[in-house]
Design a protein around this ligand. Structure first.
Ligand code: PGA
Ligand code: ZN
Length: 414
């Protein structure tokens, strides 16, 4: 028998970083095991795949063992598209509400890892071939509020990207330095300091105070390391959009119309030279996204807007809503769907940014996908075991790439 034939598919529940159960799947071939655990969001997009079926993780495990495993046994793990098509057929809905998107993504990615391991190759090389040698810049969440922490900022994530880093280790270390130095700066400004779900500091301060503190710390780190940093935001605007009032309602009492929201975000981009802004507008409003994108020079990225779904991405492309798209495999449920979204984005000159979720495990698959598909930016968080798992894997991948070939991707100029 060829060593890539699937012999069995097994599932178990494991803890995620929030202390919730999630699903982990092993795909077993004659020769190797591929293992993947699914992450979970807290500020999930309305249109993303449903994470778990009715009955939660327990039911997802039963689905794998009783329905999915019998169908996949005997199939060739090399044939990723067939595996993913089978998952869609078993599910029979358009958002994986029957078996769960997390069930699907764990099986799908575990299969890819099993196929790679059966060939004795790391996943990034198995998927990307010998040409994949670019490492993504880490976009790190260093201050966070919104749905990820209480009593903190309204904007969900304040991010840094070390645009001047010369290699992956320097890039990772620069972000960590910002996170370290922020502790003192934020404590000075607001006293006690907590942390949010992704390991970012959660200070009781306004969004602009957070931006000011972050700017100061980035200046300090730049002076010390010589590595230029730029700032970014994940506004996660759907979380504070009030449908009834048709206003964005901020923690400090401001209530902004969509037009005022565009003005406000554009002013933040200018004042703080923001490189990246995710979900500045709520997830239904493709037009207001387009208005902002046409006005500013920054990456405007859709997360809840697109939910890694090619149909929604096409709608955004038609309207020029954004110039970047967030890629989260568990939003769409399979590797094939994830790849289609990345390919569509690249064909249309949108920048793909691959991302962790707020609830994570130490699974490091997204680091391999970033390198395999030449994705220039990875959003991962900066510290905490489940965050550094992705970053440290990039260091290991760089090592496999022989020093002369391993280089950081070319960052889009904005
Ligand atoms: P989530 O948040 O994983 O909680 O959905 C991350 C994000 O909005 O990017
Ligand atoms: Zn987001």
């Amino acid at each position: 028998m060829i060593p890539t034939i699937i012999e069995d598919v097994r599932a178990r529940k494991v803890l995620d970083s929030r202390g919730n159960w999630t699903i982990e799947v092993d795909v077993i071939t004659d020769y190797a095991i591929g293992r993947c655990a699914a992450p979970s969001g807290a500020s999930t997009g309305k249109y993303e795949a449903r994470a778990f079926p009715d009955g939660g993780v327990e039911k997802a495990i039963v689905e794998v063992e009783e329905t999915i495993a019998p169908e996949l046994r005997g199939m060739d793990s090399i044939n990723q598209e067939e595996v993913d098509r089978t998952l869609h057929e078993i599910d029979g809905t358009d958002n994986f509400s029957s078996i769960g998107g997390n069930t699907a993504v764990a099986v799908s990615l575990a299969n890819a890892k099993a196929a790679a391991a059966s060939h004795g190759l790391p996943l990034f090389q198995f998927l990307g071939g010998n040409f994949s040698c670019e490492l993504p810049y880490p976009l790190g969440n260093v201050i966070g509020g919104g749905a990820h922490a209480s009593n903190s900022t309204t904007i969900q994530e304040f991010l840094v990207i070390p645009v001047g880093a010369r290699d992956i280790a320097e890039a990772i270390c620069t972000n960590a330095e910002v996170h370290k130095k922020l502790r003192d700066e934020l404590t000075k400004r607001c006293g006690n300091l907590g942390k949010g779900d992704e390991g970012a500091w959660a200070p009781a301060m306004s969004d602009e105070e957070a931006l000011q503190a972050l700017t100061r710390v980035c200046d300090l780190v730049e002076q010390e390391t010589g590595v230029k940093l730029r700032l970014g935001l994940d506004v996660a605007a759907s979380q504070f959009w009030n449908e009834k009032k048709q206003r964005y309602v901020y923690g400090d009492g401001r209530e902004l119309t969509p037009e005022q929201q565009v003005e406000y975000i554009a002013s933040l981009i200018e004042d703080y030279q923001l490189y990246y802004v995710e979900d500045p507008v709520q997830e239904e409003d493709f037009e207001t996204f387009a208005e902002l994108t046409s006005r500013v020079r920054a990456l405007i990225c859709g997360d809840d807007l697109y939910v890694t779904n090619v149909d929604r991405l096409r709608r955004g492309i038609q309207r020029s809503s954004t110039n970047a798209v967030l890629i989260k495999p568990n939003q769409c449920g399979t590797l094939t769907d994830t790849f289609k979204a990345i390919k569509l984005a690249m064909n249309e000159k949108l920048v793909p940014v691959i991302s962790h979720r707020s609830g994570e495990t130490t699974d490091e698959t997204i680091s391999h996908l970033a390198v395999a598909f030449s994705i220039p930016i990875i959003k991962t968080g900066v510290i905490g075991g489940e965050r550094i798992a992705k970053l440290n894997e990039l260091i290991r991948i760089a090592e496999e790439l022989t020093p002369s070939r391993a280089r950081l991707a070319r960052l889009p100029k904005v």
